[in-house]
Design a binder for this molecule. Sequence first.
Ligand SMILES: Cc1ncc(COP(=O)(O)O)c(C=O)c1O
Length: 390
Amino acid sequence: MLEAYSRAWIEIDYDAIAHNVKEIQKLIGKTKIMGIVKANAYGHGDVECTRALIKSGVDLFGTSSVDEAVHLRKNGIEQDILILGYTPPEHFHYLVEENLIQTLCSYDYACKLNAYASENDVTVRAHVKVDTGMNRIGVKYQKEEKHMDQILAEYRLSNVHAEGIFSHFPVSDELDTDSLSFTKQQISLFKEVLENLKKEGIDPGLKHIQNSYGILNYMDLGMDYCRPGLLYMGVTSDDTIDILSKPDFIPILSLYANVSMVKTIEPGMTVSYGRHFTAQKPMKVATLAIGYADGVPRILSNKGFEVLIHGKRCRQIGNICMDQFMVDVTELEDVKEGDVACLIGVQSGQRVTVDTISRMAHTINNETLSAFAARLPRLQKRGNDEKKEL
Ligand SMILES: Cc1ncc(COP(=O)(O)O)c(C=O)c1O
């Protein structure tokens, strides 16, 4: 490791994305991949992930907002970008200037976008969003309420060109009977919409419905695209959830912090805010230069969360502070300031995972991973020692 990485950092193996893309492709047949790079690619670096995905042949990207899409354009990304969420009317001009594709959040929203485009004598590219059960955005097309008229009207707008159509799964990760039948129902509702469009002589354009668990559990649905975020990053949301396919993914993110100090404490002494940890015997304690403001969930405090130092598991003790926390290194020889602790990743053949952190924090890996990039520098992992700050 180089000294320049001091304190704490995440390391990303962008080269492993090519492997993960191949694993996804084994499951989806001829369906292509839309790389979901929203929220800075869940903290993994949107520009770098997009570039790595392009190298693997991915030609369409999904962001949550126009800001994220413009950020990609500013960094030289010329491929098509679909904005999966809401763009406020005052930002409609970016859609035209940057050649972006807007999701039609509702029929009223589509009309507003069309009015803007007509007034400015331009055409805006769009994908129709069909709400088959998520009840978030999109034109409702569910058993009780099927607004096919609105979907058809969106395709017939004068200055909005609907060149694709999609829906989203809320429970593709669950394999209980109810969830399986709910998701299957969504697929059949979506296919019904496609049939109705065909009957009206309308080409639906690019069709897509699967997120990561939609890919793992429903595999080849014969769509034009699927929309994985987490999977190309080499993880799922929760490794305790059963899935119907078992690809061999490589997690691309590792998390490290320096040891800032090593001390000994006597029985009865307490560690950190709140004094929730009391030494029962003489102990050696190492302080790590990373805390909850770096994305390590504070709820992990004193719960037995382990990090690797010298390849050995060391238990976290006391409350996690904003920028630091302590670990028990009593059993380790020669631990010293400047040593590297691994919180996620592999050290001397031992592995610690984001899944352990997420399960202890009662959350999903999506949230845990997204939190690390807010403050930590991100380094590109290349071989063992050659690393570059991004
Ligand atoms: C519309 C849409 N598609 C795809 C994704 C990617 O999800 P995942 O990371 O689970 O693949 C998301 C993320 O939440 C999304 O909102």
